[in-house]
Design a protein around this ligand. Sequence first.
Ligand SMILES: [Ca+2]
Ligand SMILES: [Ca+2]
Length: 84
Amino acid sequence: MAAVELFNDSDFGKPLVQTNSDTPNVGDNVNDRVTSIIINEGTWRFFTDSQYRGVSADFGPGRYPNIGLGTIPNDSITSFRRIG
Ligand SMILES: [Ca+2]
Ligand SMILES: [Ca+2]
């Protein structure tokens, strides 16, 4: 099971990527598309811009069915890294 699972739609629809790695740029197929997140391990910081810049929000283990309801906008994530 990957530490991080990212999805295009709310409620974990349309899987985009599963990874255990810090990601300075998610790439064109994932950029500005993430709407829901599952964190299986660790605490991760997500950023609106590449290279860990821009607005950020932290997510620990859990299921987040709609990140747009939190502190980072929907369809904005471009990079992320583990912080804990
Ligand atoms: Ca989306
Ligand atoms: Ca972005």
